[in-house]
Write a protein of this length. Structure first.
Lengths: 110, 119
């Protein structure tokens, strides 16, 4: 399996619900980042969590990191239709090598 | 705001043609990257560059080459396009946010992508 795998690969929720996406990676990391991609567009950086952090918040986003399990989760609270997008985790390891996952496609139904 | 632009949003080329994809960033970033994105495979790194005239192979460099003659411009070249190179190509540049040891990181800024179809 690939480094930086997200699950689920697709998620459909109602507006107002919370959305949780998970990411696993294989090697040790310096930090882990989450990016968002609107349909057919480039990626936009959302949030970064360092390897010595366990949880980080930014607005409606909450990211956790468990280095013992080599996993991270992204929680979007009180989702909106505008949150519909694909979300990617990106793990940064040695020599600033960044590895992207395959992404979670989130659909928020109004 | 950082701006990364790519020369075309959509491109259709024939098998065997030489294809140039151009990427320009306006924030004086040292690092630039080319990825391809395919359904179920995510983003895969083709080539990257740490400085002018420097290039490093990524995970899938076969069939591609790059050129970085100026700091702001990073070109991806398909020497002889093939149908298996039909994909979305994303360019990115990154800012090194240095700090204390263990505190530095890179944040990548992406262009809008070029959807290339090779027929």
């Amino acid at each position: 399996s690939q480094q930086g795998e997200e699950d689920p690969q697709a998620l459909s929720i109602q507006e107002g619900e919370n959305a949780t996406m998970n990411c696993s990676y294989k090697t040790s990391i310096n930090n882990l980042q989450w990016y968002r991609q609107n349909s057919g567009r480039g990626l936009v950086h959302l949030i970064l969590i360092r390897s010595n952090e366990r949880e980080k918040h930014s607005g409606r986003l909450r990211v956790t990191l468990d280095t013992s399990k080599k996993s991270s989760s992204l929680l979007i609270t009180a989702s909106r239709a505008a949150d519909t997008a694909s979300y990617f985790c990106a793990s940064e390891g040695s020599y600033q090598k960044v590895t992207f996952g395959i992404g979670t496609k989130l659909q928020v139904i109004p | 705001d950082v701006k990364v632009t790519q020369s075309s949003r959509y491109l259709v080329k024939r098998t065997g043609e030489k294809v140039f994809l151009e990427c320009v960033q306006d924030m004086d970033h040292e690092n630039m990257f080319w990825y391809r994105q395919d359904p179920g495979l995510g983003l895969r790194l083709i080539y990257f560059s740490y400085d002018v005239k420097m290039k490093e192979k990524g995970d899938i460099p076969e069939g591609y080459s790059v050129s970085r003659e100026k700091k702001e411009r990073f070109s991806l070249i398909l020497e002889s396009a093939s149908t298996n190179q039909t994909s979305m190509y994303l360019c990115a540049s990154s800012l090194f946010l240095g700090g204390l040891a263990g505190d530095s990181h890179y944040e990548q800024y992406f262009g809008p992508g070029t959807r290339l179809t090779v027929t």
